[in-house]
Design a protein around this ligand. Structure first.
Ligand SMILES: [Mn+2]
Length: 288
C-alpha cells in the first residue's frame, strides 16, 4: 500500500473559531481506528503547531513558512501529499510551497472548491479573518500585511485558477477575481459535479503540468457537512463530491489535496469527520 505524506496544521489563527485546529488530530485517530482489512491507504502524519509568541500575523507568517517547506520538498521530490487544516489560511503555505518547489511555477494550476471566494485583502475585509484572503495573496494581489504571511516567491497565474461551488461572497473579492479574469463556476451552475471537475482539470491540463486541489469543507452542503466554520446553504451533496473524486482517483497531474475548515464543535454525529475521511479515501485510496 502506498504511503501518503500527510501534514496536519493544528491552527485556527486565520478564522473566528477556536476548534478547527483539532481536525488533523481527530482524523488521525479516526484512521488509526481502522483495521488492516479496511485500509485503502497509509497516511504518514506530520503535525505542525503554531508557536506562541508575537502577533497573530507573525504566528501565521511563521506557520505558513513551515507548511511551505513541507510542500516545497514534496513537490521537488514529485511526491503527492495531503494537507489537513486548520482554517483555510493554510493555503498560503501549501500552494506557496508548491510554487517554490516547481521549476516552472507558471505551469501550476489550482482548483478551489469553496462556498466562498477567499479573495479579500486587509483593505476590503469586514471581518479581518485571514481565512477569507488566501486567494488574493496566491494571485499576487495582496496588500503588504497579507503579503507578509505568504511564503511563496511566485504566484498563480489567474488563468490557472478555477473556483468551483461559490455561493456566498462580497463584491470587493468578486471585483478582484473579475479584474484578474479568474474562472468561477458558481454553485447554481453545477449540474453534475464530476463533469465540472473533469472539465476543469482538462482545461488546466492544456497549460499546466501540475495541479492542486484545495477543498474548503463548506463547499459541501451543510446538511451533509455541518461541522464547518462558515456554513452556506445550497452546496454539493457529500456523496456527489466523493463519487466525483473517485473518478479522478490519484490523477497523475494532481500533486496534492488540501482539506480545510473542519469545526468539530458544529459537527453532528461525526458526519463531517467521516465525510472528510471518505473524501481522502475516494481520491487517494486504492480503488475498491
Ligand atoms: Mn475557504
Amino acid at each position: 500500500m502506498a504511503i501518503l505524506q500527510t501534514l496536519g496544521v493544528v491552527s485556527c489563527l486565520g478564522g473566528p473559531m477556536h476548534f478547527c485546529g483539532y481536525a488533523a488530530e481527530m482524523l488521525r485517530d479516526e484512521f488509526a481506528r481502522q483495521n488492516l482489512a479496511q485500509k485503502r491507504l497509509q497516511l504518514q502524519w506530520h503535525m505542525l503547531y503554531p508557536d506562541s509568541h508575537g502577533s497573530k500575523e507573525e504566528k501565521l507568517a511563521r506557520l505558513n513558512k513551515s507548511i511551505s517547506r513541507f510542500t516545497e520538498d514534496w513537490t521537488k521530490a514529485n511526491q503527492s501529499f495531503l494537507i489537513i487544516g486548520g482554517d483555510h489560511s493554510c493555503a498560503l503555505g501549501t500552494w506557496g510551497g508548491v510554487l517554490n518547489g516547481l521549476q516552472q511555477p507558471g505551469q501550476f494550476g489550482l482548483l478551489w472548491l469553496d462556498a466562498h471566494m477567499d479573495a479579500h485583502t486587509f483593505a476590503t475585509t469586514a471581518s479581518g479573518n485571514i481565512h477569507g484572503m488566501p486567494l488574493a495573496a496566491l494571485l499576487g494581489r495582496a496588500d503588504k500585511k497579507l503579503a507578509s504571511m505568504y511564503p511563496g516567491s511566485d504566484f498563480i497565474k489567474p488563468e490557472n485558477l478555477i473556483l468551483i461551488g461559490v455561493r456566498s461572497y462580497e463584491n470587493e473579492e468578486y471585483e478582484l477575481l473579475k479584474q484578474a479574469s479568474v474562472d468561477i463556476v458558481f454553485a447554481e451552475q453545477i449540474n453534475g459535479l464530476a463533469q465540472v471537475l473533469i472539465k476543469a482539470i482538462d482545461k488546466l491540463s492544456l497549460t499546466c503540468g501540475t495541479i492542486g486541489i484545495s477543498l474548503d469543507l463548506d463547499f459541501i452542503d451543510p446538511v451533509d457537512a455541518p461541522g464547518v466554520e462558515t456554513p452556506a446553504a445550497g452546496g454539493i451533496k457529500a456523496e456527489e463530491l466523493i463519487a466525483a473524486l473517485a473518478l479522478i482517483n490519484r490523477h497523475p497531474k494532481v500533486c496534492g489535496l488540501e482539506i480545510s475548515e473542519f469545526n468539530p464543535e458544529q459537527d453532528s454525529e461525526n458526519k463531517t469527520l467521516h465525510t472528510m475521511k471518505d473524501i481522502i479515501e475516494a481520491f487517494y485510496g486504492e480503488p475498491q
